[in-house]
Design a binder for this molecule. Structure first.
Ligand code: FEO
Ligand code: CA
Ligand code: CA
Length: 655
């Protein structure tokens, strides 16, 4: 592989950024603090100890973590050699593992797709090729197999400056280089992909002639179901029924149901709408959702994204979409019973009474944590019996109280403050304006809720809160305890009686993220964590088949951590709780999304999103001068968001 000048540029960049050298595998945060103290580096060391002592669980401080870890650990520990934290132009995985690119932006999804040529892109080609910015990944095994199944992938957004020649020019205004044709390519690069994948001879590949392979785009027709279907607020000139919509937008994380459907979540849909909210009917609600964002200029070419022409179109986005990946002709369904907000994901569990529960964060500073509980029971014998399960049930928003208890507040029309007198005409209205309903109920304003994942064995629910630098000291509360929270935290929820349908719960903070050696940050990693082991900005997460927690991050390399995003393994139980280890590291500019494992835990699929985004060593990273050309490293090929399959060399379980 000729990586030519990119490698030297990356090295220059690394030197310029003063990235710490690879730490010794054995040097833990505890060791580093001791070392600092022994050098009488008191100003930094004592403060760091004070910060950790104030925040770490008491049991960790009582004795040697390594001794206690062996005695008290209740989950299997992670036994891999950590990858060194840092940043360069390629990806890195723990020693003894292989990280192989499975599919890249532009690769064939449908067998008749043309070969990818970044200089000759068309909407028609992109509609048959793998889309941009892969986010959520779900592996759905064929008959329980860990070597054959369907991979469902979200394509969240596009980076025109990295996708199109000339579009990153700095001497013009943002959209000066855009055209209707380029917007059409972007629309086709959104949505999702279904690909059949198979492992053979130890290597994963895409089954290119699969009957399941499918692209879903911002133009795919979808049905709207549930209480808001047909609602007056859902009707547009193009769809007077309010029951059909073209496309899904900004699909971020998601979930897989036990009946094998894909829940894909519309997150920052506001960015696609063009114009001004001022003076429009519904102005207050539009602004509460940040509409219009004017992040994309599609509204210049398509009326439905032009707020002046279709002021209600935004109401038809911001939903969880259910897709049957086993039927390529199936119509995706927007399930309005789960509410409308900037859905990050759809972590889920079958409750002990058989009802289905979906947890979902609203990813914005000061927005809420939600859960949806179905009215009906999961049908485990007949897949078709679950077809409309998600159309009936109760959405709740979370209130976290200072005493460690909490309550799920139901978003039910006619109850509490959700009445016609308060401006909510019916249940459809409550769901379309779920944010305003949760405001009225007094839900707790959180530090950007991202993925929420359930450990079905313990019933514990892990909530990733990625960061919120806008929180001021007077806005601090027990569940969001840091002002200027630049590195995020993780909350653990314990439902009352292990019942995910219960309205009461207990909660505690599992981890405050960030560099534990920076006293002012107040991070609470277990002192057994190494210098490479800490992370900030938790975003996506995975609970593996043994109940172990894996964290994927977003935002490290763009902010002051001097390290790329990636995957970290986090101990959640016993004396090792709060110990984190670095497993996989992204190339520069990328965030890490969608970690998903095969049932036997021998493959970890990860989604490397927006490699090369942001600032490079010579200024803004663009198609012509990207900060990396990962994964191809060919002179004329831009960086390409890709799915990577990670396996243990010689076989065996991940981690
Ligand atoms: Fe698309 Fe909340 O990350
Ligand atoms: Ca995310
Ligand atoms: Ca993200």
């Amino acid at each position: 592989m000729d990586r030519g000048s990119n490698m030297s540029r990356a090295r220059q960049f690394e030197a310029a950024e003063d990235v710490p050298a690879s730490p010794s595998a054995d040097a833990t945060i505890g060791d580093l603090i001791t070392e600092r103290l022994s050098r009488r580096n008191l100003s930094a060391g004592l403060l760091a100890v004070a910060a950790i002592a104030a925040a770490a669980p008491l049991r960790v401080l009582l004795g040697s973590p390594s001794v206690q870890a062996q005695e008290q650990r209740t989950t299997p520990s992670f036994d891999f050699e950590e990858v060194a934290a840092g940043v360069d132009d390629t990806h890195h995985v723990a020693e003894g593992y292989d990280a192989d690119v499975l599919i890249r932006w532009g690769d064939r999804v449908l067998a008749d797709a043309p070969a990818f040529d970044p200089y000759r892109q068309t909407p028609a080609a992109q509609a048959r090729q793998f889309g941009y910015n892969n986010d959520f990944l779900g592996f759905i095994p064929h008959d329980g197999s860990s070597e054959h199944g369907l991979l469902v992938v979200n394509h969240e957004y596009t980076n025109e400056e990295l996708m199109f020649p000339g579009a990153g020019r700095q001497d013009t205004t943002r959209f000066a280089m855009m055209t209707g044709a380029l917007a059409g390519i972007e629309m086709m690069a959104h949505g999702g992909s279904v690909i059949e994948v198979r492992k053979s001879g130890g290597t994963w590949s895409v089954v290119t002639r699969s009957r399941y392979n499918r692209r879903i785009t911002a133009e795919t027709d979808m049905r709207i179901s549930g209480p808001a279907a047909g609602h007056a607020l859902m009707r547009t000139k193009a769809d007077p029924t309010g029951a059909w919509v073209r496309g899904m937008l900004n699909n971020c994380s998601g979930g897989i149901t036990p009946w094998g459907t894909w829940l894909t979540c519309e997150e920052n849909f506001n960015g696609y709408f063009w114009g001004k909210a001022d003076g429009l009917p519904g102005e207050t609600a539009l602004k509460r959702y940040g509409v219009p964002g004017n992040w994309m200029n599609w509204g210049q070419y398509h009326d439905r994204f032009n707020l002046a022409k279709e002021p209600q179109e935004p109401n038809r986005f911001g939903w969880i979409v259910e897709i049957d990946p086993f039927d390529p002709a199936s119509v995706p369904v927007k399930r309005t019973a789960l509410g409308r907000f900037k859905h990050e994901g759809a972590g889920n569990v079958v409750n002990k009474d058989g009802r289905f529960v979906v947890y979902s964060g609203d990813d914005q500073r000061f927005d809420y944590v939600y859960k949806f509980v179905t009215a009906g029971l999961v049908d485990r014998t007949d897949r078709a019996g679950n077809r409309d399960l998600l159309d009936h049930g109760t959405l709740h928003a979370a209130r976290f109280d200072a005493d460690g208890s909490g309550e799920w507040l139901p978003l039910v029309h006619g109850e509490g403050k959700l009445t016609a007198a308060a401006g909510f005409s019916d249940q459809g209205h409550v769901l379309i304006h779920a944010r305003l309903a949760a405001d009225a109920l007094g839900a707790t304003r959180m530090d950007r809720p991202e993925d929420i994942d359930v450990d079905p064995r313990t019933g514990k629910v892990y909530v990733m809160l990625t960061n919120n630098a806008a929180r001021t000291p007077v806005q601090v509360d027990a569940a969001n305890p840091r002002a200027d929270n630049r590195f995020g935290h993780i909350i653990e929820i314990m439902p009352d009686g292990g019942d995910h349908a219960a309205t009461k719960f207990r909660w505690e903070i599992l981890l405050r993220c960030g560099d534990p050696l920076e006293a002012a940050v107040g991070a609470t990693f277990n002192p057994a964590t190494t210098k490479s082991g800490w992370f900030g900005m938790p975003d996506n997460a995975l609970v593996d088949a043994d109940g172990r927690l894996w964290i994927a991050t977003d935002g490290n390399s763009q902010r002051a951590t001097g390290r790329a995003d990636g995957v970290w393994a986090l101990e959640t139980e016993g004396a090792a709780r709060g110990t984190s280890k670095h497993f996989y590291r992204c190339p520069i500019g990328a965030e890490l999304c969608g970690p998903a494992m095969t049932p036997d835990m021998t493959t970890l699929f990860v989604a490397v999103q927006h490699p090369g985004e942001g600032q490079g060593p010579k200024g803004p990273s663009t198609f012509e001068a990207p900060s990396t050309r990962w994964p191809d490293f060919l002179p004329d090929m831009p960086p390409r968001p890709s799915i990577v399959a990670i396996t243990r060399r010689g076989g065996g379980r991940i981690g």
